[in-house]
Design a protein around this ligand. Structure first.
Ligand SMILES: *Cc1c(COP(=O)(O)O)cnc(C)c1O
Length: 220
């Protein structure tokens, strides 16, 4: 399935340079990623560790790989040498393990804390109370927290989606102001918005959208 270059250009225009576009390429072949790469795209997102490692090995090394899936701590070591941003860090234990692997690789790994904003039970992440009560995070100096990521409920109800995004952005803003959590990041990241809701997300302050099916076609 060819990539949708028209959509790609359209999304780039719609974000008004305010939001980074992460092209979510999970389950899609190398050729499709290469085609988007040739148009200038450099940020790509993947959900599965083995698939990410395979693609990393085969594709140009200036790609910034985002891990956006649910990460198991015993698999961090495979992506730690090269991953650009681990989105969806959903526990302090995971953060601790990322810190350990980052140290082993003598690098800093940037991370986003995943916030549970949807009504569904199935989505991983911290809730707002847990976030407000985060302990001092400076014991994990190599796991650098750069912002928040979240997913709205899977619904056609735009009001609900907007409400959930507002909630996330408000949390993001208050953590940013408190100036402790994202202290080591020049540009803190609020990653929200996918194919179905990225327009609402950008209106509500997202500065990183993760878009798959609009660019690469539906997944099986
Ligand atoms: C798959 C996925 C996306 C992209 O979803 P689309 O609806 O195809 O745009 C974004 N974020 C996360 C966390 C995902 O797992």
């Amino acid at each position: 399935m060819p990539i949708n270059t028209e959509k790609y250009t359209q999304i780039l225009a719609e974000r008004h340079d305010k939001a980074t576009l992460v092209a979510v390429s999970k389950t899609k072949p190398i050729e499709d990623i290469k085609a988007l790469y040739d148009l200038g795209q450099r940020d790509f997102g993947e959900n599965y560790v083995q698939e990410l490692v395979d693609k990393y090995e085969q594709l140009p090394k200036d790609i910034r790989w985002h891990f956006i899936g649910h990460l198991q701590s015993n698999k961090i070591k495979y992506i730690a040498p090269f991953v650009h941003l681990i989105q969806g860090v959903d526990s302090l234990n995971l953060l601790k393990e990322i810190n350990k692997q980052a140290l082993k690789n003598n690098r800093l790994i940037n991370c986003l804390l995943q916030v549970h904003i949807a009504q569904e039970e199935t989505k991983f992440g911290f809730d707002s109370n847990e976030l407000r009560q985060l302990p001092e995070l400076d014991h994990f100096p190599n796991a650098n927290i750069c912002g928040l990521m979240g997913m709205a409920s899977f619904t056609n109800n735009e009001d609900l989606i907007r409400k959930e995004f507002k909630h996330l952005f408000q949390l993001f803003s208050s953590l940013k102001q408190s100036n402790t959590v994202f202290a080591n990041c020049q540009l803190p990241i609020a990653s929200f918005g996918m194919s179905s809701d990225y327009k609402i997300a950008i209106q509500e302050g997202s500065n990183m959208v993760r878009i798959g099916s609009l660019l690469f076609g539906e997944r099986n």
